[in-house]
Ligand binder design. Structure first.
Ligand SMILES: Nc1nc2c(ncn2[C@@H]2O[C@H](COP(=O)(O)OP(=O)(O)OP(=O)(O)O)[C@@H](O)[C@H]2O)c(=O)[nH]1
Ligand SMILES: [Mg+2]
Length: 490
């Protein structure tokens, strides 16, 4: 592993031309190196706290480059080492010359991820937060960005840290009892041991649920497509499952029996269920279809209400007002009552959206208007801040399907607590399951009085597995896995 006593430098702003570029230097000699290349009319070397100072850096060839230096002289930096950031023009050749100027003072080029590795090694971040730094950099959409930010802010580190502390304290008491076994002093009763271990298991189950976004019992969360006949539920089902399992026709009332399939959406495995469209039952078959639909809806973890976009139309001449319009077999009131009864994080899909593009000035404008209308009509009375946004989709053209998958996964993860970035899920899942198994074994051993040595050994196993998740127990392989994917400068 790289030596943290060496001072390192790299360009840390994104590649390419920009208004501003940043070169970062971190390590014990950051400030002495700065003094060799940087001049300023302000006195900066005495200040004890982080501060910024304007001045120039002398480049190769004698050019004096105007820069602002941000200086963290002590542990309050990202890496917890003396750190300097040079902010200047965002031109790659210029930034490279700044890096060269520092290299000439004996500072070496940073390896990919080395700044964040130092933040981890100094205890500023745990491994889940280091992964979140990478996820923030790599985020491709707002949802991924939000998830990564929450995790970076300690979304996972908090509960995992608390759990480790709880377990360590129980282990200390059990081991103290073993050390004084001859003297008949009881540090922890069987009942207390079982109580504490049970609490730890509950906390761990919550973290596992949070990480996997699914139920601890291993069931996939149920996502039910619901809506009026012909709104395109079965077509969406087929597109999302990439199959043609569901029968699709233009005849309203095609689906009678619900069907379900496992599908992975944004790395989350869910059970997707297509149901019969809502209608007033006219016979035994449709009564039974409606009953099944009701059952599936009430057992759902998430409902996706599908609306045929043709039901949303501009009012009269005014393209800036829209309404859900009644069509022959489309009871608007039903849709509105459904929207009003949505549970938190349920979703509303405006399907067949491509049919609107020719009729209306702008689909996005229309969606905005429809959203506003939903907010005004349905939610004003409910006093809720959460209006379900309409997600435009088309099973015909594929518009919005990826976003719908992401939104479904995000909603389920949010329901399950906080979301977790994908790379952490992949790395941590096995260790968390191991931790839970050892904890179960510890509880079993305590319950059956198999001996405190066995309880202590299982708690240690569990702590070891948890340590691998947060990084208190790590190997070079784990660090390579986490930090090897970073780019230079982060
Ligand atoms: N233009 C267009 N047509 C669509 C789209 N999605 C579905 N349709 C058509 O709409 C009709 C109904 O689609 P289905 O998927 O069977 O609708 P459903 O909601 O499952 O209907 P029921 O099973 O009767 O409740 C079919 O003719 C589909 O081809 C779309 O995105 N664009
Ligand atoms: Mg159908």
């Amino acid at each position: 592993m790289w030596d943290v006593q060496e001072t390192i430098v790299a360009i840390s702003s994104a590649p390419g031309a920009a208004v501003r570029g940043i070169v970062r230097i971190s390590g014990p000699n950051s400030l002495t190196s700065l003094a060799k290349v940087f001049s300023s009319t302000e006195s900066w070397q005495q200040a004890g706290r982080s501060h910024s100072v304007d001045g120039q850096i002398k480049l190769d060839g004698g050019v004096q480059l105007p820069v602002t230096a941000l200086i963290w002289p002590d542990q309050r930096s990202y890496t917890r080492q003396p750190t300097v950031e040079i902010h200047t023009l965002g031109s790659t050749p210029i930034l490279q010359q700044v890096v060269s100027a520092f290299q000439l003072t004996g500072v070496r080029l940073a390896q990919p991820g080395e700044f964040t590795l130092r933040a981890f090694l100094s205890g500023r971040l745990d491994l889940t937060q280091a992964e979140a730094v990478l996820a923030v950099i790599d985020a491709e959409n707002q949802n991924q960005f939000d998830v990564a930010l929450r995790q970076m802010a300690g979304g996972l580190a908090g509960p995992l840290g608390g759990l480790r502390t709880q377990l360590l304290s129980t282990l200390a008491e059990v081991e103290a009892g073993l050390d004084f076994v001859e003297e008949d002093i009881q540090f922890i009763s069987q009942e207390q041991m079982l109580g504490q271990l049970g609490n730890c298991k509950n906390s761990l189950d919550k973290v596992i649920q949070q990480i996997s976004g699914r139920h601890v019992d291993g069931d996939r969360p149920k996502v039910v497509l619901t809506g009026l006949p012909n709104s395109g539920k079965s077509s969406l089902f087929n597109r999302l499952t990439e199959t043609d399992q569901a029968i699709v026709t233009e005849i309203a009332g095609t689906t009678t029996d619900y069907i379900s399939a496992a599908v992975t959406l944004d790395q989350l495995s869910v059970e997707l269920i297509d149901t019969a469209g809502f209608e007033t039952a006219t016979g035994e078959i449709s009564a039974s279809a409606q009953q099944h639909r009701d059952q599936q809806e009430s057992a759902a973890d998430l409902r996706v209400l599908c609306i045929d976009a043709q039901m949303v139309q501009p009012i009269g001449e005014n393209a800036h007002a829209v309404a859900f319009v009644d069509r022959e077999c489309s009871p608007t009131q039903w849709i509105q009552s459904q929207i009003a009864n949505l549970r938190p994080h349920d979703l509303v899909v405006l399907n067949k959206i491509e049919l609107l593009t020719d009729q209306l000035p702008s689909t996005s404008e229309l969606l905005q208007l429809a959203n506003d209308q939903l907010a005004n009509d349905q939610f004003a009375n409910k006093q809720t801040a959460e209006t379900p946004p309409l997600i435009p989709t088309s099973s015909k053209t594929g518009i919005g399907l990826e976003q719908l998958g992401q939104r479904i996964a995000a909603s389920l993860r949010r329901d399950a607590g906080e979301s977790v970035v994908g790379s952490t899920v992949q790395r941590a899942n096995t260790s968390l399951i191991e931790a839970a198994e050892s904890l179960d074994a510890a509880i079993g051993a305590a319950d059956h009085m198999l001996g405190d040595e066995i309880v202590a050994a299982e708690i240690r196993e569990s702590l070891n597995a948890l340590g691998q998740v947060v990084g208190t127990v790590y190997t070079d392989d784990i660090l390579d896995l986490v930090f090897g994917r970073f780019c230079i400068g982060k």
